[in-house]
Write a protein that binds this ligand. Structure first.
Ligand code: PEP
Ligand code: MN
Length: 336
């Protein structure tokens, strides 16, 4: 059960609400986010909802039959849109393309990519500076100095920045230079990181774990929301299965299922989902067709020379063609 409190509620009234739900037998947790004050009540009790609904400072009371609560679509009217500013919105009818290299490598690379994105009308650039790599000998990113350079060039050009955060200690140093924190598949259930991201007021995109279930992804988002940050995006990036013909298996089922289960925007990452450059396009278009609210794609001027994930990275020409096709599919869906 979720109790939505009035913004003007006074502390003693909050205490009365919490005491009242405890008396009924619920375990309450007070959650204050950028947009609202909630009491999440864990448990299942049979009681007259008016005893809570009529308390001073209560705006609304919602029964939520799912185990996760705040991210569930069962209480919120409509979908959530994440506003990155300057007209860049994601979700609730706002589709965004996010693209860029797997790793930020140099100033020249960032400048060329930004120019390319601008010429294609793409408003959000991706690029890792802290890279989770399977091998400790692989390129592990340019770190915070690389992020400062990446961010400065994007800011000059009106492009928003999404990049991966790997540990709680990186959150504050990154804060001024990013627009969206990305939680990678390997950190999808790093609960300390998720707790800490609940304390910041910038959007967080959580990727599905390498072998994570849809429910686990929703719980990861619930951690951040319950920590106080409701500006969340979920990302399907493929899961590990017995199939060896592709890097991962794109779980297209996850798109409509997530769209039904949560009010949060759903993003697809076809690059990591299939891991093979030639097939990124059909997988990307399928994800959009399935109802994704946005897409994140790896691109590089010379994929063969990319410091990481070159095999799944599109060159500028391929990406320009794909962006065009994606927009056609989005327009087709809007017509439907
Ligand atoms: C990435 O986005 O480059 C990345 C490492 O993705 P994932 O966490 O999905 O593997
Ligand atoms: Mn990558």
């Amino acid at each position: 059960m979720i109790i939505q409190l009035e913004p003007s509620i006074a502390e003693p009234q909050k205490t009365s609400v919490v005491d009242a739900v405890k008396k009924i037998g619920y375990k309450p947790k007070h959650v204050a986010t950028q947009y609202g004050d909630y009491v999440v009540c864990i448990g299942k009790k049979d009681f007259d909802i008016r005893t809570i609904g009529s308390l001073a400072g209560v705006r609304d009371v919602h029964y939520v039959s799912d185990e996760y609560q705040l991210v569930s679509s069962k209480w919120k009217v409509g979908k959530t849109a994440i506003d990155l500013g300057d007209g860049v919105k994601l979700g609730d009818g706002h589709f965004q393309i996010m693209a860029g290299p797997c790793s930020i490598e140099s100033e020249e690379q960032v400048r060329k990519t930004v120019q390319h994105l601008q010429s294609c009308g793409v408003r959000v650039m991706r690029g890792g500076v802290f890279k989770p790599r399977s091998s400790p000998y692989a390129f592990r990113g340019m770190g915070i100095e690389g992020l400062k350079m990446f961010s400065a060039i994007c800011r000059e050009s009106g492009i928003k920045v999404i990049t991966e955060v790997m540990e709680p200690a990186q959150i504050q140093p990154m804060y001024d230079y990013i627009d969206v924190y990305q939680v990678g598949a390997r950190n999808s259930q790093n609960f300390n990181l998720l707790d800490e991201l609940g304390r910041v007021d910038k959007p967080v995109m959580i990727k599905r774990g390498i072998s994570g279930t849809i429910e686990e992804l929703l719980y990861s988002a619930e951690y951040v929301f319950a920590g106080g940050n409701e500006r969340l995006l979920l990302c399907e990036r493929g899961i590990r299965t017995y199939e060896k013909a592709s890097r991962n298996t794109f779980d297209i089922n996850a798109v409509p299922i997530l769209k039904e289960k949560t009010h949060l925007p759903v993003i697809v990452d076809p690059s990591h989902a299939i891991g093979i450059r030639e097939y990124v396009e059909p997988v990307a278009l399928a994800g959009v067709m399935a109802g994704a609210d946005g897409i994140i794609i790896e691109i590089h001027e010379k994929p063969e020379e990319a410091a990481s994930d070159g095999a799944q990275t599109l060159n500028f020409e391929e990406s320009e063609r794909l962006f065009r096709k994606i927009r056609e599919v989005v327009a087709l869906q809007e017509r439907w």
